[in-house]
Design a protein around this ligand. Structure first.
Ligand code: HEM
Ligand SMILES: *[C@@H]1O[C@H](CO)[C@@H](O)[C@H](O)[C@H]1NC(C)=O
Length: 225
């Protein structure tokens, strides 16, 4: 856990503010424009997970699916219109990716607290994903090993053919596939998992973010204007 926390200190926030000419990714970007922003996001994420524990997993996946198509630009949040077909209804996302309402709520409350539209939709998704990982770990401490999210029990369940998700059990089928060694390794080395997971999330969050004048902060994450 300590390893993950350390890694996430470098968690990179995408900055979309037009007035900053030489924008860089930095974890304290919002300290200046809206110091409350990150706390507001965290609070809503925790509430959402308390209401429905699955939401933590869903918000993490939302970030992944945003980043893997055209970079972490919040584009997965855009609703289709008669003249625009976006990522939301694309095969791997339609009726499968969830958490949009939570993002809407965060956006609304963040704009209220910040007295303006200063936090980008892509950043909200990234920070919500980060907070979900911690909240998950926090709220599930007392549940049984079989029910806990990754990695506590997660990899060992795979090795025992009791993977939570079908897509994940495909990683370990007991037939000597390419990633079985890795699954075995993580099942025995939880600290290594958290270190590598943190690194991977940072690399993912760095996928062609729009900075400075390259991006816009949308008022409504579902609409382009
Ligand atoms: C190309 C690699 C991946 C594939 C093919 C994949 C596929 C899937 C599929 C098909 C599901 C639906 C559940 C099921 O059928 O078992 C799922 C759920 C999920 N995936 Fe992935 N996944 C991939 C990578 C990732 C990554 C990198 C993350 C985390 C950053 C992730 C996080 C999740 C989570 C948290 C869920 C559950 C979401 C929920 O309950 O709402 N997946 N994935
Ligand atoms: C997405 O899901 C909706 C609701 O089930 C369906 O009507 C629509 O055809 C789907 N869109 C695509 C592109 O598959």
């Amino acid at each position: 856990m300590a390893i993950l926390q350390a890694s996430f200190k470098f968690f990179l926030l995408v900055s979309f503010v037009e007035s900053i000419a030489f924008a860089e990714l930095t974890p304290d970007f919002y300290d200046e424009v809206c110091p409350e922003a990150l706390d507001v996001i965290k609070e809503i994420v925790e509430e959402a997970i308390a209401a429905e524990p699955r939401m933590g997993a869903s918000l993490l996946r939302l970030h992944f699916h945003d980043c893997f198509v055209n970079g972490c630009d919040g584009s997965i949040l855009l609703d289709d219109t008669p003249t625009f077909t976006g990522e939301k209804t694309a095969g791997p996302n339609n009726n499968s990716v969830r958490g949009y309402d939570v993002i809407d709520q965060i956006k609304m409350e963040v704009n209220t607290f910040c007295l303006g539209n200063v936090v980008s939709c892509a950043d909200i998704v990234a920070v919500a994903a980060r907070d979900s990982v911690f909240a998950e770990d926090h709220t599930t401490k007392s549940s049984s090993a079989a029910e806990t999210p990754p990695p506590r029990g997660y990899y060992s369940n795979l090795v025992q053919m009791r993977g939570l998700l079908h897509a994940d059990q495909e990683l370990f089928k007991g037939d000597g596939g390419d990633v079985e060694d890795l699954v075995q390794f993580y099942s025995e080395n939880v600290d290594e998992f958290w270190g590598d997971f943190g690194d991977a999330m940072i690399r993912m969050g760095n996928l062609s973010p729009l900075m400075g004048e390259d991006g816009v902060i949308r008022e409504n994450c579902r609409l382009t204007s």
